[in-house]
Design a protein around this ligand. Structure first.
Ligand code: ZN
Length: 422
């Protein structure tokens, strides 16, 4: 028996001497392009060294290339950190193809998950290596499984941070307009008062990385956006959420819902259609990040028949422009989140183009989609920058996105976690 152990030990020792050592065999990449955006600034004359899944160093192009490094030199191109989508719904697809009610009520979770896996790949190929997903809208916790399938390399997709079901107050959320004698499945989980404690904890148990709240919804007497939860309810949700090390993020369009969300401790405000300078300043004071979702409004209005740049702007588009202008004037930090799903996954750049159209400088838009969104996801120490020791999420686009933000559409190269996908 003793000899058998000795034999086995020698065998392991022998095998370990001759099996390839992963750390020695790791390729070193030397990546360079005409320009490098590091998450804050645009540089020229720089190159990046990548080993394994980490950025080793940023070096001057004039310094010698390490021997054995694989050189990737992109001409007429810009190297950027992997882009981050701040507001996605991978389980939804454009409402002009299938309306939201039908997707939620008639499509099975299995079908929706298969679609979501295609959406995930399209997102990654568009240069978005990370995504914050704001709720499956009726597909339960399928997002938790989608995230795992990507992590386990079963399918290709972005790094995900997921909300799961999200929370709504009783009576506020859809699908609506059905006979209430029958129980209709909702696009999110209803809860109120002290029950919120259990629901938040249950969502955490099911795999939610953060808690998404609908702090207002179109349930006013005239169908207008009105607050759903009281300030105390929001504070309770936030207390339970943050004590688990997670954060609360709030869908809020009306000023009052934004105010309550900010005072209760939300880290991001989604939509903010009625945001004005005063409420923007309150958000700034509390270091809350604003996710404008301009593209969702722009596209939904077009689905309803608005002919952009032919017809005059309808009221909701005028309001979106005004609120974005107010946000810029207030100095609140603005992230990049388009509510993609309302428009096609992989077309995430549409939000960046609209941010430019609505008056944001291109450099700030690039920051929003990288370093700011990394902060919104509490990933600022590992993503959103090209920096030594950070995860090797890198993309290359043709041309210069500082001159024209639409260059982000021309993706030539995608690396996530040190693996080349494009
Ligand atoms: Zn959304």
């Amino acid at each position: 028996m003793k000899n058998l152990f000795k034999f086995a030990f020698c065998l392991i020792l022998y095998a370990s001497c001759f099996s390839p050592n992963i750390s020695l065999a790791q390729d070193v990449f030397y990546l360079t392009a005409d320009r490098l955006f590091d998450g804050e600034k645009m540089w020229t004359g720089k190159a990046v060294l990548v080993k394994g899944n980490k950025i080793m160093a940023i070096v001057e192009k004039s310094s010698p290339i390490p021997s054995g490094a694989k050189v990737l030199d992109f001409k007429n191109a810009t190297l950027l950190p992997g882009l981050i989508e701040g507001h996605a719904h991978l389980f939804l697809y454009p409402y002009n193809i299938t309306d939201w009610d039908t997707q939620v009520l008639k499509e099975t979770d299995a079908l929706r998950t298969i679609r979501a896996s295609v959406h995930a790949k399209n997102t990654l190929m568009a240069g978005f290596t990370s995504v914050r997903d704001l709720g499956t809208e009726g597909a339960g916790y399928a997002d938790v499984s989608l995230k795992k399938a990507i992590l386990d390399k079963i399918i290709e997709g972005p790094r995900m941070m997921v909300a799961g079901r999200a929370i709504v107050s009783t009576g506020s959320y859809g699908p609506k307009g059905y006979d209430n004698d029958q129980k209709i499945m909702l696009g999110a989980e209803p809860a109120d008062g002290n029950e919120l404690v259990r629901v938040v904890r249950d969502q955490i148990w099911q795999g939610a990385d953060f808690i998404k709240i609908y702090a207002d919804y179109r349930w006013g007497l005239m169908g207008e956006d009105r607050p759903t939860f009281t300030l105390d309810e929001l504070k309770l949700i936030n207390e339970v959420t943050t004590s688990s090390g997670r954060v609360m993020v709030c869908h809020a369009k009306s000023k009052e819902a934004i105010r309550r969300s900010v005072l209760a401790g939300a880290v991001t405000i989604e939509h903010g259609d009625f945001l004005d300078e005063e409420i923007g300043k309150l958000m700034k004071e509390h270091q809350v990040i604003f996710m404008p979702t301009i593209a969702a409004v722009d596209k939904i209005t077009q689905y309803r028949g608005w002919k952009k740049s032919i017809d005059p702007d309808p009221e909701n588009v005028v309001r979106k422009k005004l609120s974005f202008k107010a946000a810029l004037a207030s100095g609140v930090t603005i992230g990049m989140g388009g509510d993609v799903g309302v428009f096609p996954h992989g077309d995430n750049v549409m939000e960046m183009e609209l941010m430019a159209e609505y008056g944001m400088p291109n450099l700030d838009i690039l920051k929003a989609a990288t370093s700011v969104n990394a902060r919104a996801m509490n990933w600022q120490d590992k993503l959103g920058h090209i920096k030594e020791g950070f995860l090797a999420d890198l993309v290359v686009v043709k041309g210069n996105p500082l001159e024209n933000i639409s260059q982000i559409r021309e993706v030539k190269f995608v690396m996530k976690d040190g693996v080349i996908y494009k």
